[in-house]
Ligand binder design. Structure first.
Ligand code: SAM
Length: 317
């Protein structure tokens, strides 16, 4: 019941797939189908642009798009606002030399977002371990017209960072399996597990956290990676701040001199930040992004961004 009440406070978010048309084209098409630029909570036809995420539109929570031609043709993607943050923070290169990894890609919301931000240039490797979810990923990529993506049905942890294919990877997005405890409106189909299903919640969270840490440490082993964004749709510090702290103290982080990106590089205008009591300094907490369901008009979410430190000559260590 509480979830239903909170879900009613979350607008229906629609990301315009700029790979297939401009924001203005989509707005015109939506108006021609009876929508109007007005407050989405006052009217079921109302919609407006989001204040933080470019090319994101907000509609009344009950709006459905399954039969809308824009959705059917891949010109719009149904994606919660918070789930748009990781690709924005990663800010992948839009050059023909760019090489990027989405380590945990299905169903492909963030992969299609990355591909659009890369303007379909360079190369985006999208890994997905689960075969069924991999099929969904491939369908989404083809519907969204993402031609710079190579989907690979493999476990990211088995990928050799020294493989010549991946040696030039500079940016990695890590959105691994989590408890899904932040998801209150179930329309994004991101949930794989429900924490309530597990008798021993703490034990389950610890197992997830160990796996999440392993994924970050593996990403840090790529020799040319300079930016890693780690996100979850969990509200628990065990899967968020604590995983980040452990990653920062890992051998991999020390050897590669990884640290957290400063707040001004991580959605600086977003007000809700990481839990200071979990971090070693207020600056570290400020560099993390949190979303609280019910309070922020999004699902619960967490975003962190690791960068490789530069030495004084500007050369990467
Ligand atoms: N980023 C996706 C999106 O925005 O559409 C959602 C990702 S979902 C939270 C996590 C995905 O990672 C699942 O599809 C899961 O099967 C996959 N996964 C989990 N562990 C993996 C691994 N070691 N290698 C590759 N994929 C993995």
């Amino acid at each position: 019941y509480a979830f239903t009440l909170i879900a009613a406070l979350i607008p229906r978010y629609v990301r315009v797939n700029t790979r297939m048309g401009t924001l203005e084209d989509a707005i015109k098409a939506l108006i021609s189908r009876g929508f109007e630029l007005s407050d989405p909570f006052s009217s079921k036809q109302g919609f407006r642009k989001d204040a933080h995420v470019p090319n994101l539109l907000l509609f009344h929570p009950s709006t459905t798009f399954r039969d809308n031609p824009l959705y059917i043709s891949g010109k719009i993607i149904l994606q919660d606002k918070a789930s748009c943050f990781p690709a924005l923070v990663l800010s992948p290169p839009a050059t023909k030399e760019g090489v990027v990894i989405d380590a945990t890609a299905a169903p492909g919301n963030k992969t299609t977002h990355l591909s659009a931000l890369m303007k379909n240039k360079g190369k985006l490797f999208a890994f997905e371990r689960d075969q069924k979810r991999f099929t969904t990923l491939k369908m989404m990529l083809s519907k969204a017209g993402c031609s710079n993506v190579s989907p690979i049905n493999a476990d990211f942890l088995t990928i050799d960072p020294q493989d010549p294919q991946f040696i030039n990877v500079t940016h990695i997005l890590l959105d691994p399996s989590c408890s899904g405890s932040g998801i209150v409106n179930r329309l994004d189909h991101l949930l794989e597990t429900e924490i309530e299903d597990y008798a021993d919640k703490e034990d389950r969270l610890e197992k997830l956290a160990a796996f999440q840490l392993m994924m970050i440490k593996h990403a840090m082993r790529f020799p040319n990676v300079k930016k890693i964004v780690y996100s979850t749709c969990s509200i628990y510090a065990t899967e968020n701040e604590r995983v980040v702290c452990n990653a920062l103290q890992s051998e991999e982080a020390v050897a590669g001199t990884f640290r957290l990106a400063p707040k001004n590089e991580v959605l600086p205008t977003w007000p809700r930040r990481g839990y200071p009591e979990e971090m070693t300094s207020p600056d570290e907490a400020a560099s993390l992004v949190r979303c609280l369901p019910g309070e922020d008009a999004t699902n619960g979410f967490f975003v962190s961004c690791f960068i490789r430190a530069q030495d004084t000559t500007g050369k990467r260590k």
